[in-house]
Design a protein around this ligand. Structure first.
Ligand SMILES: *[C@@H]1O[C@H](CO)[C@@H](O)[C@H](O)[C@H]1NC(C)=O
Length: 253
């Protein structure tokens, strides 16, 4: 059979199945909006979901987390203390499954959802291309890079707004705020300065010695990138499932 035909058929089926009242997958423990134990329930639900979460849950638009593969991250800045144009392709992040949960709080009255996680170590590898100037030093390279983030705590706050679609209540996340703190960073960029090994070694040394100042300089770019990565999953999740399905009204059983 014609390949295009199959793809079209699958798309049609997908649209038909979505319908107006998409149901949550049955393995999800449902929590009730007005339950006095909402946050305990949310935490239990998250814990129960964790193994699947790491494999990815296509029904909930959650990609595989171990490893998490991001096709492309762009970080560009032309103003302020840094001038940086960089692209990271095929970014592979490992270590996400080894997190601990510091905080998981749902505040339905404010349509606010907070999650704070600590990752002992996140390892990232990607192809990179960088051109710019950072802390007064020219930076130029194109190759493979590895970054280790040690003891990173990431707090994400979502603030939504209700709207009507097909006669049901949905949420749209107006704010996706991401904040992070970390204890150490190890960076290695291959093939800096067109493969000049001496210059490249010196730059890597410089980057590792100055990681703290550097991390502050790229914080707005990192935050923006994290926000974009999170938003794409979050937007799909909330536009596919109504609020009443995600977090039903009532106190529960
Ligand atoms: C990890 O970072 C937090 C701050 O975000 C800090 O309080 C804690 O002491 C750090 N732990 C280690 C093992 O470095």
């Amino acid at each position: 059979m014609d390949r295009n035909f199959i793809i079209r058929l699958m798309l049609l089926l997908g649209v038909a199945l979505q319908g107006e009242s998409a149901k949550l997958p049955s393995f999800l423990k449902v929590c009730y909006r007005d339950s006095p134990n909402l946050n305990t329930c949310a935490r239990q639900s998250f814990e129960a979901l964790r193994p699947r979460l790491m494999e990815g849950i296509p029904e909930l638009f959650i990609p595989s987390m171990e490893p998490l593969v991001v096709p492309q991250v762009k970080m560009d800045q032309d103003s302020g203390a840094i001038y940086l144009h960089s692209v990271y392709r095929n970014v592979k992040v490992t270590g996400i499954s080894k997190h601990s949960v510091n905080e998981l709080r749902l505040e339905p009255s404010k349509l606010k959802f907070i999650v704070s996680l600590t990752f002992p170590k996140l390892h990232m590898e990607s192809a990179y291309s960088i051109k710019g100037k950072i802390m007064m030093m020219p930076l130029l390279g194109d190759g493979h890079c590895q970054v280790d983030l040690i003891n990173i705590t990431m707090r994400t706050e979502l603030i939504g707004q209700e709207y009507q679609k097909d006669g049901a209540n949905y949420l749209k996340m107006n704010e996706v705020n991401v904040k992070y703190e970390l204890s150490d960073v190890k960076i290695h960029l291959d093939n800096l300065f067109n493969g000049d090994k001496a210059l490249g070694d010196r730059m890597n040394e410089f980057l590792n010695e100055n990681w703290k100042a550097l991390a502050e300089e790229v914080r707005p770019l990192m935050t923006r990138a994290l926000k974009d990565i999170l938003s794409s999953s979050v937007d799909k999740l909330f536009s596919s499932f109504s609020y009443d399905v995600l977090l039903p009204k009532g106190k529960g059983k």
